[in-house]
Design a protein around this ligand. Structure first.
Ligand SMILES: [Zn+2]
Length: 344
């Protein structure tokens, strides 16, 4: 090992490959390689890192994959020049906020095959991150701060224990590939259409019953969704009596409708009301048939989308997509292909 380091020193090397050397420790002489930008330490038995690594001021890529680290060594949190960091196949259980805050230039973080239960909110400081991979860990939830990673193009969270995803994920507008297969998701958050750059979505092996509203408007190229609990299309005749809406809902609908008219008294008066009212109204929906607004009461229905015909994808597969209607009156109208979902 020392020989390799010396050779690298003599050659004024910018990269050093110490992978698969059965190393337990990183030789401290590494610190003398001031010009090293790429350091490969993967496939060893490393449990800690020497503080001398701090002298590698130009280190841009570090591979510590397949070692025996139980945590992310604190010294890494001071390597601000890092752009790519591989920590896959270790025994890491936590990601400390202090360490993660020290990588302002990171574009790739690979934490696959560890035992990480949660990611800290400080992940938002990785503002340049493009690739995040935390596959095969024990993640139960994601921090809402993930939504700050607006440069993120690819995220792989396959094989975890996620039962829900934060809606803020849809703020990651650059996301092109999202892998959340083999988790415990029962639904994807509403608003997925914001991910206008999404091309690959892998949700296979979850517990989804349908896709969120406007899912079919995404320009997907690949969709993997086998092994879910999608509602099946077995039409039953159903004629529902018109319901009587609660006064609160009726008022809300009136206000929402009036608010669409920029000249109306309601539209002009709303800003004078407490912000809590406006934020409540922001949660309103729009009937897929009459386009009328609703706030607290809607009718959940489903339509079946053919991936090839309706989304111009290669697969010949039909998937259920959620549709919200304002009333049974709309549902009972003829000429649409929306189905109410019958309880099993
Ligand atoms: Zn309607």
């Amino acid at each position: 090992m020392a020989k390799l380091v010396i050779r690298a020193l003599q050659g004024n090397a910018t990269s050093l490959n110490l992978s698969s050397k059965k190393m337990y420790e990183v030789p401290t002489s590494v610190s003398r390689l001031k010009n090293v930008t790429v350091l490969l330490l993967n496939n060893n038995l490393i449990t800690t890192l020497p503080v001398e690594l701090l002298s590698l001021r130009h280190l841009s890529e570090l591979n510590l994959g397949n070692n025996a680290l139980k945590e992310i060594p604190a010294v890494l949190g001071h390597l601000g020049s890092l752009r790519k960091l591989h920590l896959y196949r270790n025994q890491i259980t936590t990601v400390s906020p202090e360490v993660i805050g020290g990588w302002p230039n990171l574009i790739l973080l690979n934490l696959n095959h560890n035992q990480i239960k949660r990611l800290p909110p400080e992940i938002q400081s990785l503002s340049k991150l493009e690739h995040l991979s935390v596959m095969d860990n024990t993640l139960e939830e994601l921090p809402v701060e993930l939504g700050h990673l607006t440069k993120l193009t690819e995220m792989n969270l396959n094989f975890n224990m996620l039962s829900w995803l934060p809606q803020q994920l849809y703020n990651c507008k650059a996301l092109a590939k999202l892998h959340v297969a083999r988790n415990r998701l029962t639904a994807l958050p509403e608003g997925i259409r914001s991910l206008s750059k999404l091309r690959v979505l892998d949700v296979a092996g979850n517990e989804l019953s349908m896709f969120p509203v406007e899912f079919h408007l995404l320009e997907l190229q690949e969709l993997y969704c086998e092994g879910n609990c999608f509602v099946s299309c077995e039409p039953l005749v159903s004629q529902q009596p018109a319901e009587v809406l609660a006064l609160k809902e009726l008022v809300a609908r009136f206000v929402l409708l009036e608010d669409r008219n920029k000249c109306s008294l309601v539209h002009r008066a709303l800003p004078c009301y407490p912000p809590s009212l406006t934020s409540m109204l922001e949660d309103s929906g729009r009937c897929a048939l009459c386009l009328g607004p609703f706030l607290f009461t809607w009718l959940e229905s489903v339509h079946f989308i053919h991936l090839k015909k309706d989304m111009k994808m290669r697969r010949s597969l039909t998937v259920p997509v959620r549709v919200l209607l304002c009333s049974y009156k709309c549902f009972n109208r003829h000429g649409h292909s929306y189905y109410a979902v019958a309880p099993i």
